[in-house]
Structure formats: structure tokens, C-alpha cells
Design a protein around this ligand. Structure first.
Ligand code: SF4
Ligand code: SF4
Length: 412
């Protein structure tokens, strides 16, 4: 790492703006046992405290943003926010990490033409459903033809190998009412043509069966989380602006299936959907508490292990809702889950870019989930589900809450 001069004290002149909150860190180390990358690497630079020290060095001009080692440590964060959840000094770690990564993006020391192409394609696909249709078709074709055999080792090959078990056809989504008359608005996200199509169809079935008028506002797009956490702030803001316009229907709840998207939408600036955003599970739980006999559910026995993603535990704080909702359904037994790492390793695109660590964390998570011999695993995050499905050795289904709930509806 290029260390231009010794690291200075907090409050020194800043070369890069927006990182001064790193000075709030009192180096107590309480976050260290909660950090999955620190547990895996056992290196201070891969801990929250170490990363904050690096941000201070970057801000004060003591460290260069092109330094490969600095980039490795900062880009290696999985974004689980477990550190933020336990920090007594309330260091806004996620916002700082977003800012630090934006600085790295502005100083692209190591990005190859292939990486730039991948990023440009990804950003365009987030905005345009037609491009996602083409991308989904290409991905399903590549998996069917086992095209990974022709690719060199690297993120492209890993992508094809890793997503194969989760790819699904594009959904046929039609709201039952217009946004103006809807009871709820459904957020569809950017993974609809790749992985979440069946989840969205299932959510529509459940909400319709319970009597809710659902609208799918046109013009909505990706929540922007992937772009923001990768440091592409401008792109994230562009996506955010589109969603602000699409969801500008006051007082209509916005239902989100994925805990990562929900966390991102909740943190939109004032005037955004913020407090109107709800996970499907939180929305249904409130409804079923008031109307316990609202839907006829199957009474077939099933043993479910719940995977609670880091965004759900640390950001949306809905760790109690999903177990309570499922425990209310007849025939459902919740399997106990033993201690697992604080992140399954999916971490946005980390499952593709840091495969060794991601797979170790994912396998440890699966072992914890399977300890009590469940029939099914339910996870509230699409990235975690894709990663865990790629690693699970036998065919235990890993479903979203929406698909699980739709499968428990009795025939009318
Ligand atoms: S818990 Fe907070 S204050 Fe303590 S070392 Fe970690 S980031 Fe710094
Ligand atoms: S966000 Fe997660 S992986 Fe990143 S430093 Fe904090 S605890 Fe570690």
C-alpha cells in the first residue's frame, strides 16, 4: 500500500470529502467479533475498525485510492452492516463505505475493459426491461448449453456456474387495479427476468386471494442498491429518481419482496416511499393478526428453516415478523437454526468476485440451517437464495416467503 505520510489525527484537512464521520470510531473493537470478513481473513484491514482507519487515511491524503491493497480491503466488505448494528459510537459505516467506494470508482486503477463492459451492461439492464429480457434469455441459454466450459476462470465463468440453479423464466405480471385505486403497490425490482419472476407471481396470488387490489406502477426500476454499494452514486441516484416518480401515489403501501431492496427503498431521501415501504411478510402479518381467518391455508406438515438475511436483521429489523407469520400457518413447524456467520457470503456481487470466502461462509450458513433437518429453507433475500442454492448439495428447496406462502394456500 502506498503510504505517502504517516496516518494523521482526526480533524486534519481532507483530500476527499464525505468521510469525516469515520473519525467517530473510538477503536473499541466491539464490532470485530460480528464482522464476517474479519473472522475469515483475521486481518485488521478486513475489519470494520481497520476499514475506517483506511478511510481516514484516504480522506487525509495519506493513502492513495489507486493502492491495490487499500482497494482490496475496502472492496472486500460484504456490506452486511453487522458492525453498524452493534457500534456504540453510531458510526454510519454503510454510508461511509458507499462514499469510499465512490472515491475508488473515480480512481479506476485496476478495472479491466471486461469489468467495465460488465458494469455498463449491468447498469443499462437495470433500467430497461427489454435488456433484462435479453439478458435472462442469454443466461438461461448459456446455462443450458453449459457455456461456462468455454470461458476462462473469472467472474464471467463463475456467474454462469453460480446462478444456474436459480434462473427462472420471465414472469407474466398484471396488477389487478390501477395505482390510483390500489390497496397496495408492488415493487418488482431488477432481478425479475432472472430469478424473482415466480416470487412476484406468487406474491400477486397471495395478495389477490386475501382480497387486496394490487397495482404494479409503470416506470419503476431497480432500487439502486447494487450501484450505490459499488460506488456508482450517480447511477444509483438516476434509478432512485425514476422510482420516486413511479411510486408518487400518496398513502399507498409499497410491498417489497426482497430485504435488500426494501432496505434501499427505506433509505431514499425525504419525499420518497420511505415509511410506506413494507415487506410482504410484515404487511401480511399485520393483516393476519387482525383477521386470523382471512385465508384458508393447507394443513400439511412441513418443517421450515428460516434464513434471516443481514439486511433484514441489521437494516429493516424484521427478524421477528417472518418467524411469527410462518408460525401462524397451520402445519408449519420452525426448525431451530444453529449459530451461523453474520453473512452468508452473497454480499451483493461478492459471491462472484470473492468466491473462496463467499463459498466458505455460504456452506457454514447452510450447515446451520440444515442442523435440525428442515424440509424447506425460506430466505427473504434473492442474492442470498441464489448463493445458497448454488452451494446446497442435495435438493432441499430454498424459497422466498412469497413462494412459500402461495404454496400453502388451500384451493378455493
Ligand atoms: S464498534 Fe464502532 S467505535 Fe468501536 S471499533 Fe467498531 S466501528 Fe469503531
Ligand atoms: S459491513 Fe459487514 S463485512 Fe463490512 S466491515 Fe461491517 S461487519 Fe464487516
Amino acid at each position: 500500500m502506498t503510504l505517502a505520510k504517516p496516518l494523521g489525527a482526526p480533524g486534519q484537512p481532507q483530500r476527499f470529502e464525505g468521510l469525516s464521520a469515520a473519525d467517530q470510531c473510538v477503536h473499541c473493537g466491539l464490532c470485530l467479533p460480528h464482522c464476517p470478513t474479519y473472522a475469515w481473513h483475521a486481518v485488521e484491514g478486513d475489519s470494520p475498525r481497520g476499514r475506517l482507519t483506511l478511510m481516514q487515511g484516504l480522506a487525509q491524503g495519506h493513502l492513495e485510492p489507486e493502492s491495490p491493497r487499500l482497494r482490496e480491503h475496502l472492496e472486500g466488505c460484504l456490506g452486511c452492516r453487522s458492525c453498524e448494528a452493534v457500534c456504540p459510537a453510531r458510526v454510519p459505516f454503510a454510508a461511509l463505505m458507499d462514499r469510499a467506494r465512490a472515491i475508488l470508482v473515480d480512481h479506476p486503477a485496476t478495472h479491466s475493459p471486461g469489468e467495465r463492459l460488465r458494469h455498463a451492461a449491468q447498469h443499462q439492464a437495470m433500467k430497461h426491461p427489454l435488456l433484462r429480457d435479453i439478458g435472462g434469455l442469454a443466461a438461461r441459454g448459456a446455462v443450458r448449453l453449459r457455456a461456462q466450459r468455454l470461458l476462462p476462470q473469472g467472474p464471467w465463468r463463475r456467474s454462469v456456474e453460480h446462478v444456474g440453479a436459480s434462473l427462472a423464466r420471465a414472469p407474466h405480471l398484471r396488477g389487478t387495479v390501477t395505482p390510483e385505486t390500489a390497496d397496495v403497490l408492488l415493487f418488482t425490482g431488477c432481478m425479475d427476468r432472472f430469478f424473482t419472476g415466480p416470487d412476484l407471481e406468487a406474491a400477486l396470488r397471495v395478495l389477490d386471494r386475501l382480497g387486496f387490489g394490487v397495482a404494479i406502477p409503470p416506470g419503476q426500476t431497480c432500487c439502486g442498491a447494487l450501484a450505490r454499494h459499488a460506488g456508482h452514486t450517480g447511477e444509483a441516484q438516476e434509478l432512485e429518481a425514476r422510482n420516486l416518480a413511479a411510486f408518487a401515489h400518496p398513502e399507498r403501501p409499497v410491498i417489497v419482496l426482497d430485504s435488500g431492496c426494501e432496505a434501499s427503498l427505506r433509505e431514499y431521501p425525504e419525499g420518497g416511499p420511505g415509511s410506506r415501504v413494507s415487506s410482504l411478510t410484515r404487511f401480511l402479518l399485520r393483516y393476519l393478526r387482525a383477521t386470523p381467518d382471512a385465508a384458508p391455508w393447507l394443513d400439511r406438515p412441513v418443517r421450515v428453516a428460516l434464513h434471516l438475511p443481514c439486511t433484514l436483521r441489521n437494516v429493516t429489523r424484521e427478524g421477528r415478523e417472518l418467524p411469527e407469520l410462518l408460525a401462524r400457518l397451520p402445519g408449519v413447524t420452525l426448525a431451530s437454526v444453529s449459530a451461523a456467520p453474520n453473512c452468508c457470503g452473497a454480499g451483493g456481487t461478492a459471491m462472484l468476485t470473492q468466491p473462496r470466502m463467499a463459498d466458505d461462509l455460504g456452506r457454514a450458513t447452510l450447515a446451520a440451517l440444515r442442523a435440525d433437518q428442515p424440509d424447506i429453507i425460506v430466505s427473504a433475500n434473492v442474492g442470498c437464495s441464489v448463493h445458497l442454492r448454488a452451494l446446497v448439495e442435495e435438493g432441499i428447496p430454498i424459497l422466498s416467503p412469497a413462494r412459500f406462502l402461495a404454496g400453502r394456500l388451500a384451493r378455493p
